[in-house]
Write a protein that binds this ligand. Structure first.
Ligand SMILES: Cc1cc2nc3c(=O)[nH]c(=O)nc-3n(C[C@H](O)[C@H](O)[C@H](O)COP(=O)(O)OP(=O)(O)OC[C@H]3O[C@@H](n4cnc5c(N)ncnc54)[C@H](O)[C@@H]3O)c2cc1C
Length: 399
């Protein structure tokens, strides 16, 4: 069997690596001349770490990453630490009872290094895919500047603006938030004020997510995510005045001079109407995008890749099962994207920005109560870590 993967982000590199490890001939095409290193995802959940272990890139990610044993919630107005959810309660559930903060390009680089060791030359940088067509026996790929080539299966891991999804004509259902997200990066040390490695700060207007990334080693960098007005609405979110007003409420000691980067993102909540058409599949952001609150996008994308690689291996060994296995990938992973990742990220945002005093008081009380109750606390971390969703899928597959 011969496969092609479009895109060498964290998902495409995991996809290529999983297929190559299973002895499937694979080429991963990346349009950029080097792996993109823009500041995006950084949180790896426990099941993802276990998957990377199996793929052979986990040790490098652990070595480069920062462990995040708890997930902290604060109230911005009172500065009270409302709840700290402890991933240590997952000790009996996973070999990695913690999240790890490691920038996504380091994850992609670790996957790419492992891929090169198993299948030298399988990753082709600076090689854009311009289009493809498919028939009953395979997929014809058009790579820039090359003669058409033929593969048995194609996997689009080409991000939110996916050429693969658009070529297949698959709808990307959901919505775009009117507000944008402002991401500020600073070496200023928030640990001095008892912030954990991963934190969420509730406020009806100026909620914020705050987490640490390893960058080039100690002391690392802190990234804050704030809501910002939509295009053509209100003040410029990248202006000094807007930025200063955001950071003042979270850390009065932080000044504009302490900031290294200011980035502004449009945020979508969307799931593709199907994750496959014929011999072509979607995985990662090409199939689903969500807000970054909860650190789930990169994780669920890598889970797609591992699930699909397993299906393609079974399909290679039992070609008569091709339709059933391809449909199972679509059904299983779309269910997780919809019922867990979309549901949880939308709920995470609503909780952070609870608007009325009553809704805010209820959100704060709910966090205090669930953290104080051992059974609810564990259920919370099972769900937030994506372990609960994966277990549900396993149970359904066995039924
Ligand atoms: C601000 C921000 C913060 C985030 N924080 C988190 C977080 O904490 N945790 C988390 O899990 N997720 C987070 N996410 C989401 C996360 O970044 C994405 O889910 C993740 O990047 C998806 O990986 P991917 O490999 O599917 O796509 P991408 O990383 O977008 O990679 C797609 C690749 O395909 C290549 N490509 C595209 N078209 C072609 C073509 N025609 N030919 C060849 N190559 C092509 C691109 O160059 C790119 O390298 C965040 C996102 C943002 C914007």
């Amino acid at each position: 069997m011969k496969c092609a993967v479009i895109g060498a982000g964290p998902v495409g590199t995991a996809m290529g690596l999983a297929l190559a490890r299973a002895g499937i001939e694979v080429t991963v095409f990346e349009k950029e001349p080097s792996l993109p290193d823009d500041p995006r995802a950084a949180t790896l959940q426990p099941p993802t770490l276990a998957m990377l272990d199996t793929l052979g890139s986990g040790a490098e990610v652990l070595e480069k990453g920062l462990r995040a044993p708890v997930f902290q919630f604060r109230d911005r107005a009172s500065d009270e630490i409302v709840a700290e959810y402890d991933y240590g309660l997952l000790e009996d559930e996973t070999p990695h009872p913690y999240a790890v903060q490691c920038e996504q390009y380091k994850v992609a680089t670790a996957n790419a290094r492992a891929l090169e060791a198993v299948a030298p030359g399988a990753l082709r940088l600076g090689t854009p895919v311009e289009g493809f067509s498919q028939d009953e026996s395979g997929v014809t790929l058009q790579v820039a500047g090359e003669a058409p080539s033929r593969v048995d299966y194609l996997i689009g891991c080409d991000g939110g603006r996916s050429l693969t999804r658009k070529t297949l004509g698959i709808a990307f259902e959901g919505f775009t938030y009117e507000e944008r997200f402002l991401v500020l990066t600073t070496p200023h040390d928030f640990a001095a004020r008892r912030f954990a490695v991963r934190n969420y700060v509730l406020d009806p207007v100026q909620w914020c997510a705050l987490f640490k990334v390893p960058h080039e080693g100690p002391p690392g960098l802190w990234r804050t995510v704030f809501p910002a007005p939509g295009a053509n609405e209100g003040p410029d979110p990248l202006s000094d005045d807007y930025v200063a007003a955001q950071i003042a409420g979270v850390e009065p000691a932080l000044t504009l001079g302490d900031l290294q980067h200011r980035n502004l993102y449009v945020v979508n909540q969307r799931v593709a109407a199907s994750f496959r058409k014929g011999r072509v599949f979607l995985a990662g952001d090409s199939a689903h995008v969500n807000n970054p609150l909860g650190g789930l996008g990169m994780n669920s994308g890598i889970h797609d890749a591992v699930n699909l690689a397993e299906k393609l291996v079974r399909l290679r060994d039992a070609p008569a099962e091709a339709e059933r296995l391809s449909d199972a990938y679509d059904r299983e992973r779309r269910q997780i994207a919809r019922d867990y990742v979309q549901a949880q990220t939308i709920q995470n945002k609503k909780r952070l920005e609870a608007k009325t005093p009553e809704a805010r008081a209820a959100a704060l009380q709910e966090l205090r109560d669930s953290a104080a109750d051992p059974a609810r606390h564990k259920a919370w971390v099972m769900r937030a870590s994506l372990i609960a969703g994966l277990r549900e899928l396993e149970a359904e597959a066995e039924a």
